[in-house]
Write a protein that binds this ligand. Structure first.
Ligand code: ATP
Ligand code: MG
Length: 444
């Protein structure tokens, strides 16, 4: 259950580095702000509302005391004038009126509740107040002995606007901070993304140009190391091919000499066998040289595998092969077309050689393109399936010259597939025969 819950939480969290680092950065900040606002401002607001309400209620009580002391007309004018000038209170007396409504319960709302408490404490008369006389003023009506006194005061006297301004400042500055953090983090994440992309391309055999290492020191080091590694692997590969090509090339001269030597010998079973061996060796050397030459410096480009397959199948059909081709999706990817062509044609020529019918299906499977070649030939026994990928390996029954290969086809096919980050696998075809599965990662 615990892991199930974990998984559910994880599915909500961002997976990318940018999202994660922003989350790590922002969660404590947000928490801090929420706690600050809740604890500090709750109390602050309460206190301010209480103080302001008390101030207003005090003024009202003061005016009432005065009116009680000097109830005549002249004094009322004077008190009215003074209250307006010093306390922002507008007094109107309605003689003989009776309050039609009374506030007896503390109303809902922090400020009006505090005002009710304050008025209730100071006035020993029935009163009524309306917080929303208009959008700037409130009214307090008080029942006096000979009428109703209406006091209109600005709402500003009760509401503290700086609290809101402060709150806006906190939210606003947080937003600005987040914005800055996003920009900075994005700049930090970009070089990591680029490195990941370069590594992915390199894995699929796409050439990776030099790029300028950027970002934090660790990321720069990783980028520099990656490029050094790429160069080292590249050198290693071309060195290996060049060395083998050199050896093969140098073998040709002694082979030619042996052939001449043998031609002058009397024909006998031993000599004939030797002649055949020399011919085989020459073919192997030539095949290897052809392969090594083809490997040199081909560039990856965006290629439609479907078209490549159609071309190859077209060629094979002209040669009289029975092929059934089925392409399910649009299969575009970055690859070295010559190398991939060689891979496909080697697999198909095997089917042509060792089977009668071939069915080819190509489509997208998740993150890969998959091309499946099913034939109806004798197949390859499971324990031999790894062997056939070894250079110059041929199954015993096909050692006869009728099928005439040298045993490099599968080696080349797998080499090409792996050079593109994919692989070639051998399985049983549903109708007997061999299934060759060619898998190529699409990349990002
Ligand atoms: N479709 C197939 N059905 C049965 N056996 C196969 C099939 N494909 C390959 N093989 C076996 O695997 C061996 C190796 O194949 P590979 O393509 O490497 O060499 P080859 O076809 O003999 O020579 P070449 O270098 O001309 O391709 C073959 O000799 C054959 O015995
Ligand atoms: Mg072959």
């Amino acid at each position: 259950m615990g892991s199930e819950q974990n998984r559910r939480i994880k599915s909500f969290l961002p997976t990318g580095l940018l999202g994660r680092s922003l989350l790590i950065l922002m969660t404590p900040m947000l928490l801090l702000q929420v706690v600050t606002v809740l604890i500090f401002f709750e109390r602050h607001w309460d206190t301010v509302a209480r103080q302001l309400s008390r101030g207003l209620a005090g003024d009202v009580a003061y005016v009432l005391d005065y009116l009680g002391q000097y109830p005549d007309e002249d004094h009322f004018k004077w008190i009215q004038h003074s209250a307006r000038g010093h306390m922002q209170l507008d007094l109107v007396f309605e003689p003989d009126a009776i309050l039609d409504e009374q506030t007896t319960e503390p109303p809902f709302g922090l400020v009006s509740k505090e005002l009710f408490i304050a008025l209730d404490e100071r006035l020993s008369r029935p009163f009524y107040f309306n917080m929303d006389l208009d959008d700037r003023r409130l009214e307090i009506r008080i029942q006096l002995k000979h009428g109703v006194l209406s006091i209109v005061a600005p709402r500003k006297r009760l509401y503290n606007s700086t609290t809101y301004i402060f709150f806006m400042w906190i939210a606003g500055s947080a937003l600005i901070l987040y914005g800055v953090a996003v920009i900075f983090m994005r700049n930090q994440v970009r070089p990591i993304r680029r490195l990941a992309k370069a590594a992915d391309q390199f894995g699929r055999g796409v050439d990776v140009e030099d790029f300028k290492p950027e970002g934090a020191a660790e990321v720069r080091t990783a980028a520099t190391s990656f490029m050094a590694m790429r160069d080292r692997i590249g050198r290693h590969l071309s060195q290996r091919t060049a060395l083998l090509a050199g050896v093969s090339h140098d073998l040709r001269t002694p082979l030619t000499r042996m052939k001449l030597e043998l031609a002058m010998q009397q024909s006998s079973p031993g000599v004939d066998a030797l002649k055949q061996d020399v011919v085989d060796m020459e073919r192997m050397v030539d095949a290897y040289l052809a392969f090594a030459r083809g490997e040199e410096g081909e560039k990856a480009e965006l290629t439609d595998i479907g078209k490549l397959l159609t071309d190859q199948v077209g060629e094979a059909l002209r040669d009289g092969q029975q092929i059934d081709l089925h392409i399910e999706d649009n299969l575009d990817m970055e690859l070295r077309p010559q190398s991939m062509r060689r891979c496909i044609s080697n697999i198909m020529s095997n089917a042509g050689r060792y089977a009668n019918n071939l069915s080819v299906r190509a489509g997208r499977r998740g993150q890969d393109y998959e091309i499946v070649f099913d034939d109806d030939g004798p197949g390859i026994p499971a324990e031999k399936r790894e062997e056939v990928f070894k250079p110059f390996f041929r199954l015993e029954e096909s050692r006869n010259q009728a099928t005439g290969g040298v045993g490099l086809g599968m080696t080349i096919a797998r080499d090409s597939a792996r050079g593109h980050g994919g692989d070639v696998m051998l399985e049983d075809a549903p109708g007997g025969g061999l299934r060759v599965r060619l898998v190529l990662p699409i990349g990002h």
